[in-house]
Design a protein around this ligand. Structure first.
Ligand code: ATP
Ligand code: MG
Length: 211
């Protein structure tokens, strides 16, 4: 198994974990990479997204999927991920000791923060766990709204966190919610446009961190 493993974690619900995982998956798939998705969240949103996708587009051998418990993640990686180039792990909205099993397997941890202070407050536990696991960790700013007071305040608070934000971010755009509901990535829902551009840039920045 030579694939690189990215874990997306954030205690705060609705911060954009599944949105980030699904969009990075499609960005890498469109680059011709083999992608494996592992969902450790019992809510099952990522599997639902894939079910809808496969109803319309059929199965893609380059996009594998399995659910796993946090404890069972290492076996799931061995059993399911095979020759995948990129393995993306979605996690539930909590930062308990379970997530340590996932962090231990990961090459990179991404922590989405949706543009609100509550998301920043909720980030400390996961950053602490990632730090103890000695894993490179970055914040991904989500639902950004340029020119707003809250956007500026959150940016300032994020700058004080241990983990640095990526340069790329995802703006607050209806297309993210639409694409998720249709089993697509935004790069497929609308090939050219701002959302596609930002996800492409994000995927490239993440790839560079994995080199
Ligand atoms: N950049 C964005 N612009 C608009 N809507 C977004 C954006 N990111 C996420 N959303 C929407 O916000 C909601 C929560 O996103 P998502 O399910 O990805 O969060 P999550 O962190 O996985 O949630 P949970 O903690 O429940 O697993 C979804 O309806 C999603 O479509
Ligand atoms: Mg989710």
């Amino acid at each position: 198994m030579s694939g690189r493993i990215i874990c997306v974690a954030q205690q705060k619900g609705g911060a954009g974990k599944t949105t980030l995982v699904s969009n990075l998956a499609i960005a890498y798939l469109l680059e011709g990479k083999r992608v494996a998705l592992l969902d450790t969240d019992p809510q099952g949103s990522l599997g639902k997204w894939l079910d809808i996708r496969e109803e319309t587009l059929g199965e893609n051998p380059n996009l594998r999927f399995a659910t796993a418990t946090a404890y069972g993640i290492s076996r799931a990686i061995r059993d399911v991920c095979g020759d995948a180039d990129i393995i993306l792990i979605d996690t539930p909205p909590k930062a308990d000791s379970d997530v340590r099993w996932v962090l231990r397997e990961s090459d990179l941890v991404l922590v989405p923060i949706s543009a609100s202070q509550a998301d920043v407050w909720a980030t400390h536990d996961v950053l602490d766990l990632a730090d103890r696991a000695e894993k490179p960790t970055h914040i991904v700013m989500n639902r950004t709204r340029a020119g707003t007071r809250v956007g500026e305040d959150v940016t300032k608070s994020v700058a004080e966190l241990e983990a640095k934000p990526l340069k790329s971010s995802m703006a607050n755009r209806v297309i993210y919610a639409e694409a998720l509901g249709r089993g697509l990535g935004v790069m497929e829902a609308k090939r050219s446009g701002s959302a596609s551009d930002e996800v492409r840039a994000l995927a490239q920045e993440v790839s560079a961190l994995l080199k």
